[in-house]
Ligand binder design. Structure first.
Ligand code: SF4
Length: 565
């Protein structure tokens, strides 16, 4: 069967433009892994950026590997055929390094599957000299790497453009000198800020559960690991390296216009992690936009808060003037002015996405989502006036201190939006489709709400049912909600420590049976998920300096509690 899969990968490559296929010599070889299927991984700009950064270095060969498509796993999991890279079709074990890009915690179980299919022991401590070094970076592990600490030799915490070159220098040096993996990991931990080698730190747990101590094993290792960030975003572009026909985002060229957001919404991991806010100059972006338009006619503008970009209108105009179309994610309501709406509509956007996050003003204030209901209504009018008849709204349930009244306020707000009409002559326009995307609030590390517990699965289900029932008869309203069970797991992987990694491994070995794993775990997962954490407790990620003082997070958390009814 291997010939069929090899042909499939060969055809995949033939349909792409922009990939590198280097001849193997004495370069450092890196297999860049994404723990999900090809079409999902290829739509991740972070993943594509690392692929390009690495391949631009003549001393590095970087190839890609993904989770096999459904139906194909069986060929790799039998052990007869090791998982191989897309470009040269070499097994993972042939590479010096296997590097994972981790953006979403729910992909964590796939890490173990992928390593095992590649013939690499998922547990870092069991690997030897013959095995590649296994590393991970990305927002999920920059927040909290501990739940997957046992599976990686080291992590890169923060923005890769900053930490990667220093790390590669140490790795290449080590390879030239033929030093063993322990010496290499020691050198990385001791000399590269932003590198975290879990085996260089000792964690002890108290009998009743919390962390008792977290200490470096050697005086050369830092007590706190600094998250790295890029000072000058204008020194380089972050855009899509490869155009592939089979991508989740379709035929679109992605380019990053900004990083970070200064608004300080208390729940927002991206807002806290990517500080400080930085914008790419419109002139600087022009080359990237033109490069994209040569390949496709739709440009996706990415960033933590795209609508805060001071030159967004000019950037969109550059695309439109060359006959292209624009796509953006969710937009800040207070930035949606007539001119911007008009220009985005002209750019081909048919559905606008907005994120009020909460239905009641009280809850919006509590999470510091600085938006008033009048602004939401005003924006809805402005959209209809410009002929935008589809709208997507993002709300969260399970926010701290939420009551039945807050859920009712969410329902009322959506109803108000769906009833808004604007008149043009004798003609009345209203939204043809209002999509309500319901996400559960998941406390994230390094945010002011990190001490707060997740809402219980049964509560989340009841709230979703209630919202659904309210809109049952309205055909213009469409509700989408994530599974509360998947949210529970995401929360466990976001807030856990190394003992959660042991659960992940046990579950993997038991054929993904979470119920059995939870029953057999020495400490029930509710300990991490449903327990409000005392402020003095050592949190699993406290050894990382995320760039925001803990006293600020405490202050913001306490204000949240004070603002409760
Ligand atoms: S939710 Fe949006 S506006 Fe608020 S901090 Fe995050 S990115 Fe910024």
């Amino acid at each position: 069967m291997s010939w069929r899969l090899k042909k499939k990968y060969h055809d995949l490559l033939a349909g792409e433009s922009g990939y590198w296929k280097k001849v193997w010599g004495d370069q450092l070889t890196i297999c860049l892994a994404y723990p999900n299927v090809y079409r999902t991984g290829m739509s991740n700009l972070g993943y594509q950026t690392i692929y390009r950064l690495l391949n631009e270095d003549p001393d590095i060969v970087c190839e890609r590997v993904f989770l096999p498509d459904p139906g194909d796993e069986v060929f790799f999991s039998s052990g007869s055929l090791p998982l191989f890279s897309i470009e040269s079709q070499r097994p993972l074990r042939d590479f010096d390094i296997v590097a994972f890009s981790l953006s979403f915690e729910n992909d964590y179980p796939h890490i173990l599957t992928l390593l095992e299919m590649g013939g690499i022991d998922p547990v870092a401590a069991n690997r030897d000299m013959q095995d590649p070094l296994v590393v991970a970076g990305g927002i999920a592990v920059t927040m909290n790497p501990e739940p997957v600490a046992d599976f990686f030799d080291f992590f890169l915490l923060g923005e890769a453009e900053e930490v990667l070159p220093e790390c590669l220098r140490v790795l290449s040096e080590h390879r030239k000198q033929g030093r063993n993996r322990e010496a290499c990991l020691h050198a990385l931990q001791a000399s590269v800020p932003g590198v975290y080698v879990p085996s260089c730190y000792d964690v002890r747990y108290a009998k009743d559960g919390p962390i008792e101590s977290f200490r470096p094993r050697h005086s050369e290792f830092p007590q706190k690991i600094i998250k790295r960030w890029v000072g000058n975003l204008n020194a380089f572009t972050t855009d899509q390296a490869i155009i592939a026909p089979d991508m989740a985002l379709g035929n679109m060229f992605l380019t990053e216009v900004s990083r970070g957001c200064g608004r300080g919404c208390r729940f927002c991991a991206a807002g806290y992690l990517y500080r400080p806010p930085r914008f790419r100059r419109a002139g600087m972006l022009e080359a990237s936009l033109l490069k994209g338009l040569e390949k496709v006619n739709r440009i996706g503008l990415l960033g933590t808060a795209v609508s805060d970009h001071p030159d967004l209108v000019r950037i969109c105009r550059t695309i439109l003037d060359r006959g292209g179309q624009v796509a953006v994610g969710s937009l800040r309501l207070d930035q949606l002015k007539g001119e911007l709406i008009g220009i985005l509509k002209e750019g081909g956007i048919e559905t606008f996405s907005i994120a009020p996050e909460a239905g009641s003003q009280r809850l919006r204030d509590l999470i510091r989502k600085d938006i008033r209901e009048e602004q939401i209504i005003e924006m809805a009018h402005a959209l209809l006036e410009q002929g935008i008849i589809n709208i997507r709204t993002y709300f969260m349930i399970g926010l701290p201190t939420e009551t039945d009244d807050d859920i009712q306020a969410l329902i009322d707000l959506v109803e108000k939006l769906s009833r808004i009409t604007v008149k043009e002559g004798n003609h009345e326009t209203r939204f043809r489709r209002v999509t309500i995307s319901i996400n559960q609030f998941i406390p994230k590390a390094a945010t002011p709400l990190q001490w707060y517990p997740l809402d219980r699965i049964e509560n989340a289900r009841n709230k979703i049912r209630r919202i659904k029932a309210s809109f049952q008869k309205q055909t213009s309203l469409r509700l989408q909600a994530e599974s509360p069970r998947a949210n529970y797991l995401q929360s466990l992987f976001s807030l856990g420590d190394r003992r959660v990694g042991q659960m992940l491994l046990a579950c993997h070995r038991q054929g993904r049976n979470w119920s059995r794993t939870f029953k057999e775990a020495p400490l029930h997962p509710d300990f991490w998920v449903y327990r409000p954490k005392p402020l003095q407790e050592i949190l699993p990620w406290d050894f990382i300096d995320h760039g925001v003082r803990k006293s600020h997070l405490v202050e913001e958390y306490q204000k949240t509690l004070e603002d409760a009814p």
